[in-house]
Design a protein around this ligand. Structure first.
Ligand code: SF4
Ligand code: SF4
Length: 505
């Protein structure tokens, strides 16, 4: 049997060889065999089923079975190994590079283009994505499941609103200023989220700039469209690195954009040739004192904007810098073919919106003019927010809202199952729903009046599966700021509860 399997191993960099690398690693480790049993993951159970069948029958796992296996991964990050996440993506890229993507998929993965075109003529576009016969025909042609509810195009988009407020001009200020990476979902489909983000930041005295930006690349990465993903990433890295050099923090209201810019871009960058050269030059000057190199890198990082995010400190630890100079490791990150220094510059200065506001709060700089917000609420912390390792900033921030009735629902093993545009596809619709069922059941049991999540893919999925209204937490914070004036009336003040009712999962 082993000989049969070995004989079928394809040439080294084929899509099958890349998939085999994932299978062998996870089969050899075995940790996720049980760990993923009670989770949303559909990939690991299928991987172990294929491995067990191969061992029993001696029949090698076929190329088609591998391709189907890869299609089950939503990049939720519930499984613990970052290299495995990268290898799954690279294996998917391999299949797409060889077999191509259907033309219709190439259209809908271009979320920005669809959003811009649809937003320019929302009446017509909404006919095409609605519930009528025309929309059913469009779904059939494009390969979207007939039961899928698609987001509608708003009539009052974010870009015109932003232009009226001068957000496309870089503000001149010595105070806090952010380059807002709005992401395609907030910008083109859910503009209230982008508007609330700007309002809340400005309420806190932060100047907001909307730089040139393209899709973060997460939807195309999930589809295995490597060339397109790299085009997007190269543009965004150059533009955002320019913003950092001009003193802007980068803020994302979308956790998937934030995960890609903070985590996926950073992955491996400390072993890139250009970063290694910088560390070696600094080490020479510091006579090999890596603690001094670490302190100097921290000063250099802070010099741009006055701060860098929590993750940046991890990469500057002296022992890690020592490993950088040993030349033992190389940059194996997904974006390894983009220079490491600008990747790190962007990653180190990028903040999730909740993380940024929580830092303001910790510094005693968060505007406390918060009024009461009513309604029973349930909050789900999305996968790509959890992967940023920033704790639960929104639970803390919303805990400051008077009279709030909020509890956290879902845990580290939950995923909504949407996976960018994956959930729209006819072939993935049922799987997407089954992945999300574990979480949807918990949310249904919580029976909130309002459902909160910072991820707009989660929002799309919740609107598909559940009867509750869905909001981004920043919309609740904006509502609270807007309610402050009423809160100051004597009778309202008397009714404000002394402490927030907030419960973690
Ligand atoms: S993802 Fe990591 S922990 Fe899980 S089985 Fe694979 S190698 Fe083991
Ligand atoms: S990233 Fe998520 S879906 Fe993919 S293998 Fe890991 S746990 Fe499963």
């Amino acid at each position: 049997m082993i000989a049969a399997v070995a004989a079928c191993v394809p040439p080294n960099d084929s899509a099958e060889a890349r998939t085999r690398r994932v299978i062998d690693r996870c089969a050899g480790c075995g940790h996720c065999r049980e760990l993923m049993d009670d989770s949303s993951c559909r990939f690991m159970p299928e991987l172990y089923r294929l491995v067990d069948r191969e061992a029993a029958d001696g029949e090698p796992i076929s190329s088609l079975a591998m391709k189907r296996l890869l299609a089950l991964c939503t990049n939720c990050g519930i499984c613990p190994c970052a290299p495995v996440h990268t290898w799954i993506n690279e294996a998917r890229d391999g299949f797409v590079a060889r077999d191509g993507l259907p033309a219709a998929l190439r259209l809908i993965e271009n979320v920005r283009l669809v959003g811009r075109v649809g937003g320019a003529m929302p009446r017509l576009a909404n006919l095409l994505v609605g519930d009528g016969a025309l929309a059913r025909g469009v779904k059939r042609v494009i390969g979207i499941h007939p039961a899928r509810r698609l987001p509608r195009f708003p009539r009052d988009g974010f870009s015109a609103w932003a232009r009226q407020r001068g957000l496309f001009r870089a503000p001149q200020t010595s105070g806090r200023k952010v380059a807002y990476f709005a992401g395609c979902s907030a910008r083109y489909y859910f503009p209230e989220v982008a508007k609330a983000t700007v309002e809340v930041l400005q309420k806190n005295g932060v100047a907001v700039y909307l730089p040139e930006q393209k899709c973060c690349g997460m939807p195309t990465l999930l589809e295995g469209d490597r060339a397109f993903t790299f085009d997007l990433a190269r543009f965004n890295v150059a533009e955002l690195a320019r913003c950092v050099a001009a003193g802007f923090d980068i803020v994302c209201s979308c956790p998937s954009c934030g995960h890609l810019l903070k985590t996926v871009l950073r992955d491996g960058a400390q072993y890139s040739p250009d970063y290694r050269a910088l560390v070696e030059a600094m080490a020479d000057q510091a006579h090999g004192d890596m603690a001094e190199v670490s302190a100097r890198l921290a000063r250099d990082d802070a010099a741009f904007t006055g701060r860098a995010n929590g993750r940046s400190a991890h990469g500057r630890q002296p022992w890690l810098l020592g490993m950088v100079s040993w030349k033992v490791f190389s940059d194996q990150g997904y974006f390894a073919s983009i220079d490491g220094l600008p990747r790190l510059r962007v990653a180190n200065h990028c903040y999730d919106l909740g993380e940024y506001l929580a830092e303001l709060d910790d510094a005693g700089e968060l505007c406390a003019e918060l009024g009461p917000v009513s309604g029973k609420m349930a909050y789900f912390a999305p996968c790509h927010q959890r992967q940023q390792g920033i704790g639960q900033p929104w639970m803390g921030l919303l805990g400051r809202v008077p009279q709030i009735d909020l509890r956290q629902v879902g845990d580290d093993f939950d995923c909504c199952g949407q996976g960018g545009i994956m959930g729209f596809k006819k072939a993935f619709h049922e799987t997407s729903q089954s992945i999300g069922a574990r979480l949807a059941d918990q949310l249904a049991a919580a029976a909130p009046e309002r459902l909160l999540s910072d991820c707009l893919s989660c929002r799309v999925q919740f609107e598909q599966m559940l009867p509750f209204e869905v909001f981004h937490p920043v919309e609740i914070l904006r509502e609270s700021y807007r309610n402050y004036r009423h809160d100051r009336l004597p009778q309202s003040l008397a009714s404000v509860a002394p402490g927030p009712a907030v419960a973690a999962a």
